[in-house]
Ligand binder design. Structure first.
Ligand code: FE2
Length: 376
């Protein structure tokens, strides 16, 4: 029997929400002002909006940054006695909210709560002179949250409570376009439960699975299943550690994040060579390039590609192919001192998969770093 394409699998999703895409990713951090400077300088995000004491928000400060369709928020608490401060104390800087853009945030809340979701925030209606934004939120794995954002009747810069953030410091963008996927790490034996949660509560479908036999280097092992919503705009791969000779990289994450959470966000570009060149010049650190042999074997493994192999080798970019085309990808080192969250930069040239053919090269590079930290 012919295996189904991703499009055919996605068509099986029960799209009762439905979701138009990722609205924003919110990070809880120890110092939002400095984190914002890093994401502007290093990644080329643009100043967009601000909320804090000057705008009537007394307990926290939030900076909204934007690059094409990608919106991130960096939020810090102003006092220790605050759930955001507690979150940072436990997890370090990390992703708290994966916000989803919906038409009806009240219906999205009711539908998911009726299907068993746990409440993070009841529907909240916020208005200002630019219109109305309705948000509601549910917990997913660990302390991570999906916030539903309804902004069809809003014309302001971001949402009520925020003002435009005009800055004199505006480094140029680096070509990042949209959030391609966000990966969650869950604990031992928790992957199937999490997959079922996405199926039952969110109406998502499982479009791809890897087991520990496919993703297994000499040391590290993991299992992964990719969940997609009904139009394929939102994809959440879920990783679980697996037994290997030494400690799984997923276990290292769980230990340092002190729980389940977002492992990486993949940001898409239309020109990975230009984007990675720019990011490197601005100080973004990437995992070490795979060995020479990876590039010698590349033409046999992926066939013809438009990019010069010498160029992608010099940058350490990985390539993979599926039935629909190929993709180029590269992974940063963790962007905090704890070995937790990192970013992927991806360019799709037809391929709709996630680079399974690169997992071995990628994991070996991660293990070299893990070994330096003494956590292998
Ligand atoms: Fe990824």
């Amino acid at each position: 029997m012919k295996t189904k394409t991703f499009a055919e699998k996605i068509a099986l999703a029960q799209d009762f929400l439905p979701i138009h895409g990722t609205d924003f990713i919110e990070f809880y951090v120890g110092n939002a002002k400095q984190a914002a400077h890093y994401y502007k300088t290093a990644f080329g995000f643009q100043s967009e909006a601000y909320a804090g004491p000057e705008t009537g928000v007394k307990d926290r400060v939030s900076y909204v940054l934007k690059q094409h369709k990608i919106r991130i928020i960096l939020t810090t608490a102003l006092h220790s006695d605050h759930e955001i401060a507690e979150h940072v104390k436990k997890h370090g800087d990390g992703v708290k909210i994966l916000a989803l853009w919906v038409d009806d945030a009240i219906k999205a809340y009711e539908e998911t709560i009726n299907r068993g979701a746990q409440c993070f925030q009841k529907p909240k209606i916020q208005t200002d002179e630019y219109g109305v934004v309705i948000t509601s939120g549910i917990y997913t794995y660990g302390e991570t949250v999906h916030l539903f954002v309804e902004r069809k009747n809003y014309k302001g810069i971001f949402m009520p409570g925020y003002v435009k953030w005009a800055s004199d410091y505006n480094p140029s963008a680096t070509g990042l376009q949209y959030v391609d996927h966000c990966v969650g790490n869950v604990g031992w034996n928790r992957m199937d439960e999490t997959v079922r949660w996405y199926q039952e509560v969110m109406g998502f479908v499982n479009i791809l699975s890897f087991d520990d036999k496919q993703i297994n280097t000499e040391y590290s092992a993991l299992m992964s299943k990719v969940m997609s919503n009904g139009n394929g705009f939102v994809k959440f791969p879920i990783n679980e550690p697996a037994e290997g000779k030494k400690k799984s990289q997923i276990e290292e994450y769980l230990e340092f994040y002190e729980g389940e959470g977002v492992q990486h966000a993949a940001l898409a570009t239309n020109d990975i060579i230009a984007t990675v060149n720019a990011l490197k010049q601005r100080g973004v650190e990437f995992l070490s390039a795979p060995p020479e042999a990876y590039y010698t074997m590349l033409p046999d493994r992926v066939g013809e590609i438009e990019e010069e192999i010498n160029t992608i080798q010099a940058l350490g970019i990985l390539v993979d192919r599926d039935e629909e085309g190929y993709l180029l990808q590269i992974f940063t080192k963790p962007v905090e001192d704890r070995p937790t969250l990192f970013f992927e930069i991806i360019q799709r040239k037809g391929a709709q998969s996630f680079g399974a053919g690169n997992f071995k090269a990628l994991f070996e590079a991660i293990e070299r770093e893990q070994e330096k930290r003494g956590n292998l």
